[in-house]
Design a binder for this molecule. Structure first.
Ligand SMILES: *[C@@H]1O[C@H](CO)[C@@H](O)[C@H](O)[C@H]1NC(C)=O
Ligand SMILES: *[C@@H]1O[C@H](CO)[C@@H](O)[C@H](O)[C@H]1NC(C)=O
Ligand SMILES: *[C@@H]1O[C@H](CO)[C@@H](O)[C@H](O)[C@H]1NC(C)=O
Ligand SMILES: *[C@@H]1O[C@H](CO)[C@@H](O)[C@H](O)[C@H]1NC(C)=O
Ligand SMILES: *[C@@H]1O[C@H](CO)[C@@H](O)[C@H](O)[C@H]1NC(C)=O
Ligand SMILES: *[C@@H]1O[C@H](CO)[C@@H](O)[C@H](O)[C@H]1NC(C)=O
Ligand SMILES: *[C@@H]1O[C@H](CO)[C@@H](O)[C@H](O)[C@H]1NC(C)=O
Ligand SMILES: *[C@@H]1O[C@H](CO)[C@@H](O)[C@H](O)[C@H]1NC(C)=O
Ligand SMILES: [Zn+2]
Ligand SMILES: [Zn+2]
Length: 633
């Protein structure tokens, strides 16, 4: 692999387009994927230096292929413009700082490496998702990595993690409750746990836990967390007391099952420090399950790098020569039962942030490895033709920042896209229809300008097929969307069932949306002076969590937010009789819910799965490109 990366880096140096704007190359496609290597807008530096402890952690999670960072110039994208090459330079400098301070610095990832950009999903036919983008992860000195649900939707992806990814990390790629079955034999995808020593000699016991995910592909197994903690291997793994437990996992730090793992450990070790690094809901969050533990979740899409510091006691069996960074006298024994001092910070990944915290300037920041990673990623983007342009988006289309319906709402756009894209080469095109998709399928905004292969894969990254039920009376079909969105009798039960279905399949939109909404609500509650101060900040995330002090590294004003329906539909056909038969078209996983709704809305026919067929070969991931080619040229 080393040689392939070197080759990539080398050819990248020759071929990389260094300009900030798209340019036309020989094949006539406009290539706009070239990283805006250096921010073109002036970025605000962080508010204050990081607080270092005797043990520190840099945390990534839910990167979903965003290794080239966020490259658009619309708000707030430049704030997240750091790429994985910049991050590599940052990690190297931070490691040097840790050595100077004589403290530990660990690097942890909490999963979801697949699905989300062209770098992971734009591979040619016959390839494996994220196989090439994951090669860049391998260049980082990760201490612990945990499996995410997005590693489990396609068998070959899981197999690749097992065969190619996990071995590189030599026992540190953890899947405590996730197995893969190969030739009938079930085994952990990575390792169930890891025990290792830090540079400073601290004994660590690490786990990698996945939430109770139900959408995993056949021949993979996700064991419930409540069952995992009863396993003999688990009891055995936590029996000996380390200096700390490091619980990485793809599970939200709040409102999920971390307490099951935490309590199982606490029952045996009432005082051992427990550091939890979670993920999955794509938000910034922090809480403390007790005074000797902290749980951190670090956002999504490389919009956040998490930082946790802990003033841990001196490692057991290690005396003398050890002093804390602030040279205070320190004795583990006498403070054993006291609360541990923790800090946490959510960093906006951009060069300004990275240079500020490493006290480097633009010209002393980049490491050779960092530059080679950037060039390698740019080369991969070229190889996958991610700059291929379907059309030009006339303006921004956002998920949360525009009301629905409105011209600049991505949901509104999607309700126009479906009738165009799904009827191409379709013999049912002339039959009136209503087409339904969940708004949570939309994973990212569209910005004005070239709409590329990469953009298509960032906006809709679940390759869901569309199904249909024919001959539904128009008035009945018309009642389906309101029912899905919570109208009518019995809606509470149905809402819960729909939400459980979405959650089990891995959709996290509801939690993320609640978080965004909360920011705007809190801002509205500020008094005049405070709101005036906030109004002068640039837009971004404004985190309120349950940990002490301010978490965001750079202060922002909240992004505009508008509430949105969970499901959207194409415009109903006009001028039809109430009993005119139409096609009800929908994303595949809604099948069960829709049949239930149809049988509640009318009593003339009992609908069953036998009434359902495939509507088109076009997948959700392809719809926008087809639309853009027709309408945006
Ligand atoms: C965020 O991006 C905007 C431009 O869209 C810029 O003005 C602002 O300074 C950035 N903020 C930070 C903290 O980088
Ligand atoms: C999975 O990978 C194998 C071998 O790499 C390949 O033969 C097979 O077609 C792939 N299956 C799918 C569904 O992509
Ligand atoms: C699971 O793997 C076995 C071989 O180990 C294979 O026979 C079976 O078809 C697979 N099941 C599915 C649903 O792919
Ligand atoms: C996972 O694999 C291990 C090792 O082969 C096996 O003992 C265990 O039963 C499997 N767990 C599940 C939930 O399939
Ligand atoms: C220790 O931490 C716990 C949990 O965070 C908190 O409830 C308690 O007040 C703290 N105790 C002291 C002495 O600070
Ligand atoms: C940083 O360095 C790069 C490469 O030399 C240069 O293109 C860019 O303009 C510099 N940016 C600043 C803010 O100095
Ligand atoms: C959308 O744009 C059209 C014309 O481009 C305009 O007539 C219409 O009022 C706009 N609708 C909204 C909701 O802005
Ligand atoms: C529709 O059919 C034409 C002609 O066979 C083909 O070129 C095109 O790719 C098809 N479009 C889709 C979306 O399948
Ligand atoms: Zn995720
Ligand atoms: Zn996830």
């Amino acid at each position: 692999m080393q040689s392939i990366l070197l080759a990539l880096a080398f050819s990248g140096a020759v071929l990389a387009c260094g300009d900030d704007h798209g340019h036309v190359v020989g094949d006539g496609h406009v290539h706009d994927h070239a990283k805006r290597e250096f921010p073109s807008v002036k970025l605000t530096p962080p508010s204050r230096p990081l607080t270092w402890g005797s043990l520190n952690i840099l945390h990534t999670t839910d990167s979903h292929g965003w290794l080239l960072g966020h490259q658009k110039t619309s708000f707030p994208e430049p704030n997240y413009s750091g790429d994985f090459g910049d991050f590599a330079s940052f990690v190297s400098h931070m490691k040097e700082l840790a050595i100077k301070k004589d403290v530990d610095l660990l690097l942890v990832d909490s999963g979801d490496l697949h699905d989300g950009t062209g770098l992971s999903d734009g591979y040619p036919v016959g390839g494996v998702d994220a196989q090439q983008s994951n090669e860049f992860f391998k260049q980082f000195p990760y201490d612990v990595l945990a499996i995410g649900n997005h590693e489990l939707y396609v068998y070959n992806n899981t197999l690749d993690m097992h065969k190619n990814f996990a071995p590189h990390f030599e026992g540190r790629y953890l899947s405590s409750n996730v197995n893969i079955t190969i030739n009938g034999v079930s085994k952990p995808v990575g390792s169930r746990f890891a025990k290792f020593k830090t540079r400073k000699g601290r004994a660590v016991t690490a786990l990698g836990v996945l939430f109770d995910f139900k959408g995993n592909v056949a021949n993979t197994t996700v064991q419930k967390v409540e069952d995992m903690v009863k396993e003999a291997w688990f009891v055995d793994a936590i029996k000996d007391e380390p200096d700390l437990f490091l619980l990485a996992g793809h599970m939200p730090v709040a409102r999920d099952n971390w307490p099951l793992v935490f309590n199982a450990i606490r029952a045996v070790h009432p005082l051992t420090p427990i550091l939890i690094l979670g993920g999955h809901t794509h938000i910034r969050d922090c809480l403390q399950l007790d005074g000797r533990s902290m749980s951190l979740e670090s956002g999504r899409y490389m919009e956040t790098i998490g930082w946790m510091s802990a003033d841990l006691p001196e490692p057991k069996g290690h005396h003398g020569g050890y002093s804390r960074h602030n040279d205070e006298d320190y004795s583990a024994g006498s403070r054993a039962a006291e609360n541990i001092t923790f800090s946490r910070r959510y960093l906006d990944p951009n060069r300004v942030t990275f240079e500020y915290h490493t006290r480097r300037g633009n010209f002393s920041f980049d490491t050779t490895q960092g530059r080679s990673i950037t060039k390698g990623l740019e080369q991969l983007a070229k190889q996958f033709d991610l700059g291929f342009t379907y059309g030009t988006a006339p303006h921004d289309f956002t998920i949360y920042q525009a009301p629905y319906p409105a011209n600049n709402s991505l949901l509104s756009l999607m309700s126009e896209v479906m009738p165009v894209a799904l009827t191409v080469n379709n013999t049912r095109a002339s039959i009136p229809n209503i087409m339904i998709i969940n708004s949570g399928a939309l994973r990212f905004d569209i910005y004005a300008g070239p709409f590329t292969k990469n953009d298509q894969l960032t906006v809709l990254s679940y390759a869901d097929p569309f199904l249909y039920i024919p001959n539904i009376p128009f008035s009945v079909a018309n009642g389906v969307l309101p029912a899905l969105n919570g109208a009518g009798t019995n809606h509470r039960k149905r809402d819960e069932a729909v939400e459980a279905e979405l959650w089990g399949r891995g959709y996290v939109g509801t939690r993320y949306r609640e978080w965004m909404e909360d920011m705007v609500r809190r801002n509205a509650e500020l008094d005049g002076q405070a709101r005036f101060t906030v109004a002068k900040l640039t837009p971004g995330y404004v985190t309120t969590d349950a940990c002490p002090g301010v978490g965001d590294d750079t202060p922002h004003a909240p992004l505009e937010f508008h509430s949105l329906p969970k499901f959207i539909a194409s415009a109903a056909p006009i001028g039809l009789a109430v009993d005119a038969p139409i096609d009800l078209v929908f994303v595949d996983f809604l099948e069960k819910q829709l049949i239930g709704i149809l049988n509640g809305l009318q009593k003339d026919k009992v609908y069953t799965t036998a009434d359902v067929s495939k509507y088109t070969n076009v997948l959700a991931t392809e719809a926008l490109g087809i639309y853009a080619q027709q309408k945006w040229n």
